[in-house]
Design a binder for this molecule. Structure first.
Ligand code: F6R
Length: 244
């Protein structure tokens, strides 16, 4: 628990930078699972600063984003492709071919094969070294909404009503928010060797309390993280304010 989101975000960015540098020192590549949304913005900002001012290189970094709305044009202002480019990729030296984001432009009958291949690409690289997570007010991680199975893989899902309400501002009205998304599964996330879930502000306090202290249940998918011994929650005081 950190006094504020900015301080905590710098700590998380330093952890990611350390992982990237230690992989580079071994001649390897760091495989990172990344999240979008408001929560990781300051982490990405700090990574960009480290790249510009401290020579942190992303040349040997491979990324897999958690999710993307479906359907979604990559060029749309609300796409997670646009978000990642604006907040991180356009400002660092990552190779375009090392960036992976679920494809919101596919015809629906091509999605299942795409999802299997997404899993295979991660596996072929030896799995995710690190996964960054936020948490939605439904308890979702990625877009694994209530009802998601603990062993779920990358797949097409239906977004929860509350998730679509929370996204309505970005889309200028809830009716414009896609009803579906492609997301890595809980099982995909679980296989990462290190997982950090971040949450900021008192708005997230009730769901953080449920995720950390509540009964493990598909009703709050983030509770499955209690079963893992390589998960850390990194919170500001607001998000931690209801923990006992
Ligand atoms: C985003 C994602 C979601 C968000 C969650 C919190 O890639 O997978 O689980 O992390 O909805 O969103 P923010 O950070 O906007 O509160």
């Amino acid at each position: 628990i950190y006094p504020d989101a900015k301080t905590a975000s710098v700590v998380v960015a330093q952890r990611i930078a350390k992982l990237i540098r230690s992989k580079q020192a071994e001649g390897g590549k760091a495989v990172l699972g990344l999240a979008t949304g408001v929560t990781p913005i300051a982490v990405y900002k700090e990574l960009v600063r480290m790249h510009q001012q401290e020579g942190l290189s992303f040349k040997d970094v491979i990324t897999f984003n958690l999710d993307e709305y479906f359907p979604m044009q990559a060029s749309s202002a609300q796409s997670y492709v646009t978000f990642m480019h604006e907040n991180l990729f356009d400002h660092i030296d990552i190779a375009p071919e090392n960036i992976h984001i679920p494809d919101g432009t596919l015809p629906q009958d091509a999605v299942a094969a795409f999802c299997l291949n997404y899993e295979k690409q991660i596996e072929d690289l030896g799995g995710l070294d690190f996964q960054l997570l936020g948490i939605g007010r439904t308890g979702h991680i990625g877009f694994n909404e209530p009802g998601s199975a603990p062993n779920s893989g990358t797949r097409l899902v239906t977004l929860d009503n509350l998730t679509r309400s929370d996204a309505s501002r970005d889309f200028g009205g809830k009716e414009n928010v896609p009803t579906k998304a492609i997301t890595m599964g809980i099982g995909t996330i679980f296989k990462a060797r290190e997982i950090i879930l971040m949450a900021w502000s008192a708005k997230k306090a009730p769901i953080v309390k449920k995720a950390v202290e509540g009964e493990i249940s598909g009703d709050v998918p983030a509770t499955y993280l209690q079963l893992s011994d390589h998960v850390e929650f990194i919170l500001d005081e607001g998000a931690a304010s209801e923990l006992t």
